[in-house]
Design a protein around this ligand. Structure first.
Ligand code: CA
Length: 233
């Protein structure tokens, strides 16, 4: 499981050492880049499984690194931002980053993010080549072709919007989706980004999906950022 190769992009030697020491202790393989240009080069040369990307780099904005990598690869990118860079973090997610860590972060948080990403990669590999019209995650099953969803073989009675939301989340398991991304995908670009309405639809979807809405198993809330569907074992 820990065979992932990780590209660590961080110009701050102290943070970089914390990350690489942790990776080494947990048997992850890694390569290093200390600026944006090097990051893009290493990503194309080594095709790593995951990129850990600091957003504040000396030569270019981390978001630019994401844009460049996304021209040829969907490799998971976890951005590392300082607390003051909240808007940057959301922009990075909108540009195709998968997840984020906020400085200062603990070793446990870093490892947890890598486990989530590892599960996402495993699911992506398991689903490639399979019949993609059926999605399963824990007790949840979605039959995209038939347009219906089931929980423990019981059909879920979803409104069209709830179903669209659920499909979008399922197609991005393990990835944090921003409010903007979700509202644009579900309602189209004419929608005025009404986060309050999204929250209402998400709450009704969860009531149908989660056995304990207070400790959701499937859909995680990222306050001020968006939502993520978790891979359920
Ligand atoms: Ca930095």
């Amino acid at each position: 499981m820990n065979k992932l190769q990780i590209l660590v992009v961080e110009d701050d030697a102290h943070v970089r050492n914390l990350i690489t020491t942790t990776l080494k202790a947990h048997k992850y393989k890694y390569i290093i880049a200390v600026n944006g240009e090097e990051a893009v080069r290493q990503a194309s040369t080594y095709n790593p499984d995951v990129v850990l990307l600091d957003l504040g780099l000396p030569d270019m904005d981390g978001v630019e690194v994401i844009e460049k990598i996304r021209t040829w690869s969907n490799m998971p990118i976890i951005v590392i931002s300082a607390r003051s860079e909240d808007a940057d973090k959301i922009e990075a997610l909108d540009k195709g980053a998968d997840d984020y860590l906020t400085k200062p972060f603990s070793v446990e948080e870093l490892l947890a993010r890598l486990r989530v990403t590892g599960r996402r990669l495993a699911l992506m590999q398991a689903n490639s080549g399979k019949n993609e019209s059926i999605f399963t995650n824990g007790s949840l099953k979605i039959d995209y072709a038939a347009g219906c969803a089931f929980l423990s073989e019981e059909e879920l009675h979803l409104t069209p919007i709830e179903y669209k939301l659920l499909c979008l989340m399922s197609q991005n398991v393990g990835k944090v989706l921003t409010h903007t991304f979700i509202t644009q995908k579900v309602w189209g670009s004419t929608w005025d980004n009404d986060v309050a309405s999204l929250r209402v639809f998400m709450a009704t979807l969860r009531k149908k999906l989660e056995s304990a809405p207070d400790s959701p198993q499937y859909i995680q809330t990222h306050i001020g950022v968006g939502y993520r569907m978790m891979k359920v074992e």
